[in-house]
Design a protein around this ligand. Sequence first.
Ligand code: HEC
Length: 121
Amino acid sequence: MKHKTINTVLAISALLLTQSCTTAIIDEGDIDGLPPITRTVTYQSDVGNIMFNNCITCHGGAAPSDGLDLSNYQNTKSAAEQRNLIQRMNSVTNPMPPQGLLSPEIRQIMDKWIEDGLLEQ
Ligand code: HEC
């Protein structure tokens, strides 16, 4: 009887573990803990620099990774709209950049950019 209970607990834990591993997007709890951004975020104020500092070594130049060039406003905007840019920047299991998630502060700025309507300036 006792063994059966333990087995059930193990099975449930395994199930929960599998589920949390297949959930690619983190709950963004680390972002929720930050003070909200009250100013308007634009490509020119922040996003361009974030792309230049973290992404264009791969997503720029003559042969950008995955055919995705993130060196200008138009492309960055369409990647946010059509190519999961924000989801990938918040993915624990499949993050961009591939070496690991950027800081919550940077990801919060990206979220605010979306919220503000993907403005250029
Ligand atoms: C070290 C190189 C490297 C860096 C740095 C990098 N990427 Fe990528 N990225 C890739 C590669 C390779 C792929 C294609 C494979 C994949 O999807 O994982 C990719 C794919 C993507 C995709 C998916 C495109 C699609 O249509 O599915 C997005 C969006 C993306 N990257 C955004 C970013 C952003 C935003 C940054 C910076 C915050 C970044 N990447 C930094 C190499 C990189």
